[in-house]
Design a protein around this ligand. Structure first.
Ligand code: PLP
Length: 248
């Protein structure tokens, strides 16, 4: 084997080992919570890693991939598609309105919708660029600090970032499908407190929109806690692919 082939084999073995570990963690967490393993999807967060890693992961059976920046995700998705792989792409990062037209071309779901204005831009883009509706999860700010992203559940939220209004806007937009909620545990909160609050908000949302069943929560460090609190999608980066070198 030449050096490049050897390197690819080594990387494949590394990813296979990470994947086996993460899958075991998810299975154990489901068992501990009395949940069926099929209730939890794993999204491999491939930000900062190349398309070659996405292809190795899809070769190992990964079906869902997450990215947080359009500048990086758009060319990566194109490269993966050109190689014949068709994972579902989840956009999980801060989204600017001027990136919506690009994102809706490759994304199957956007987890980070947190304002009425962004919802309208995304709906307009999806209307122009897509045949099928786009799955949307409304990102919630669990500590109410909207500065760091996320719609806010409490009455004192600005109308623009009120969870109720954003959810209603998504649900009312033909090219979008309200799939559920997403959150990141605030740094200074116990994950259990964060994911319990998210579970309560998700239950309230389902009362109004029974089809909005997705709860996107849990990352490499806290996926067990998220699964204990009902997560349906865990977003796992470093535990699968290794520690990222940049601060993203
Ligand atoms: C990077 C990222 C993840 C994955 O984080 P890890 O700790 O590497 O598993 C999950 N969710 C979002 C929104 C991210 O930006």
């Amino acid at each position: 084997m030449d050096d490049a082939t050897t390197a690819r084999h080594d990387r494949r073995a590394e990813l296979a080992a990470g994947l086996a570990q993460v899958r075991a963690r998810i299975a154990d967490a489901c068992a501990a919570a009395g949940r069926d393993r099929t209730e939890v999807s794993m999204i491999a967060v491939t930000k900062t890693y190349p398309a070659a890693d996405v292809l190795l992961l899809t070769g190992l059976g990964v079906t869902d991939v997450g990215e947080n920046r359009d500048q990086e995700a758009a060319p990566k998705a194109a490269e993966v598609a050109a190689a014949g792989a068709t994972p579902r792409w989840h956009f999980i990062g801060r989204l600017q309105r001027n990136k919506c037209r690009s994102v809706v071309r490759y994304a199957d779901a956007v987890h980070s919708v947190d304002s009425v204005r962004l919802t309208r831009a995304l709906a307009a883009a999806a209307e122009r660029e897509r045949e099928r509706p786009l799955d949307v999860l409304v990102q919630v700010s669990l500590d109410g600090d909207a500065e760091r992203g996320g719609a806010v559940a409490d009455g004192d939220a600005s109308p623009e970032q009120s969870l109720d209004r954003v959810a209603a806007e998504v649900a009312g937009a033909g090219p979008l499908r309200l799939a559920g909620l997403m959150a990141v545990a605030p740094l200074d909160w116990e994950p259990a407190r964060a994911f319990a609050r998210l579970a309560a908000l998700a239950a309230a949302l389902r009362a109004d929109y029974p089809e909005a069943t997705a709860i996107s929560a849990g990352m490499s460090g806290d996926l067990e806690v998220a699964i204990a609190h009902g997560a349906t999608h865990v977003r796992v980066g470093s535990a699968l692919l290794g520690k990222r070198h940049s601060l993203r």
